[in-house]
Design a binder for this molecule. Structure first.
Ligand SMILES: Nc1ncnc2c1ncn2[C@@H]1O[C@H](COP(=O)(O)OP(=O)(O)OP(=O)(O)O)[C@@H](O)[C@H]1O
Ligand SMILES: [Mg+2]
Length: 329
């Protein structure tokens, strides 16, 4: 493992945010081959491992910026109906990889399929329409629109959206009512319903993350890709966010999420994929992967004495202060 990787220990989400949530994703903590409901039992914990029911299959996806190779993924399969965490140090290429897969960036080479269909060269809007939606590390909610309007706008990517319906008022009105009802249902689910008429810009960082996730769900995706959904979210909200992610998986959705909060990763993931310097360097059940010395080294740099997901890192005073700050906003 190269030693010039930036350690992620400067991230507030690593050492100050606790989830303290019991593992409810099946016997994920029981080691290799027992990853519970997601059908990953018996899958070999090696980079590029074949999955029994792969929804997303990636081959030789490369992205270079000048002389630097940001992403170089030889092979990756993402299991349908599972929560897969994509972890790795700052600059590992996780966001760039998401950008490539979702049509927000174009690779120098490679191929990938979603439900067996090639997504390469498809625009971001087309990718979303196939059922793969993503959220952003820096939230993209439109701050001068209300929370509800942000939700409604997200529905315009809906597969059912068509020009004919938009030109016939009765159809259009019915659709609008449906969209609003769906938006309100999701806002209630994420406890944002009381904020529906507030500008999105007035929300706290954590609430914006929730809005981002709620927006993504407006299109009933098959797979949701979350880029650091817990970053900057207060501990109480992290708890509910994790619960939401698990609920989505339990409803049959496939979740791929990037996260630096190792507690979150450990507690909700069925499978963990580790990226370093653009490559997949490890994958497997969370308990196994997070004990892997190469992974610990990549993450913690010089801080080898610190365990990933060590609860002693969590200072109750820091947590209380964070919670108080979030309340005040
Ligand atoms: N548009 C760009 N132009 C040039 N270099 C870029 C660009 N986007 C990303 N990079 C570089 O690619 C590498 C991977 O960045 P990326 O943002 O994908 O990492 P990451 O794993 O998401 O990191 P973090 O955990 O900090 O979010 C970094 O070295 C970054 O500086
Ligand atoms: Mg990133």
């Amino acid at each position: 493992m190269p030693d010039d990787l930036t350690p992620a220990t400067d991230r507030a989400s690593v050492d100050t945010v606790s989830t303290d949530r019991p593992a409810t994703s099946g016997p994920a903590g029981a080691g290799a081959g027992t990853t519970g409901p997601a059908g990953l039992a018996g899958v070999e914990a090696v980079p590029g491992a074949a999955k029994p029911d792969a929804l997303l299959v990636v081959d030789d996806v490369v992205r270079r910026f000048g002389g630097m190779t940001a992403v170089d993924v030889a092979h990756l399969e993402v299991q349908r109906g599972a929560i897969t965490a994509l972890i790795g140090p700052n600059g590992a290429g996780k966001t760039t990889f998401f950008n490539l897969l979702t049509g927000f960036d174009v690779p120098d080479g490679g191929a990938w399929t979603f439900e067996g269909r090639s997504l390469a060269k498809k625009s971001a809007a087309k990718v979303a329409r196939t059922g793969a939606v993503r959220t952003f590390q820096l939230t993209k909610a439109l701050s001068r629109l209300t929370v509800l309007d942000n939700m409604r706008l997200a529905a315009t990517q809906h597969p059912g959206e068509n020009l004919f319906a938009s030109l016939v008022p009765p159809l259009w009105k019915k659709r609008e009512a449906e969209v609003t009802a769906k938006a309100m249902e999701l806002l209630e689910r994420f406890k944002l319903d009381s904020k529906k008429d507030d500008f999105a810009g007035s929300l706290s960082g954590g609430q914006r993350k929730l809005l981002e996730m709620a927006r993504a769900l407006m299109t009933d995706p098959t797979m949701i890709m979350l880029d650091e959904p817990m970053a900057g979210v207060n501990p109480a909200l992290v708890q509910s966010l994790l619960g939401h992610v698990q609920a989505l998986r339990d409803e049959g959705m496939t979740v791929l999420f990037v996260e630096h909060d190792m507690h979150a990763v450990r507690h909700i993931s069925d499978w963990v994929v580790v990226m370093a310097e653009g490559r997949i360097v490890a994958e497997g059940p969370p308990e196994d992967v997070m004990q892997d010395q190469a992974v610990v080294d990549a993450y913690l740099g010089a801080h080898h004495d610190t365990d990933l997901g060590d609860d002693s890192l969590l200072d109750p005073d820091v947590l209380a202060r964070l919670a108080a700050e979030e309340e005040k906003r």
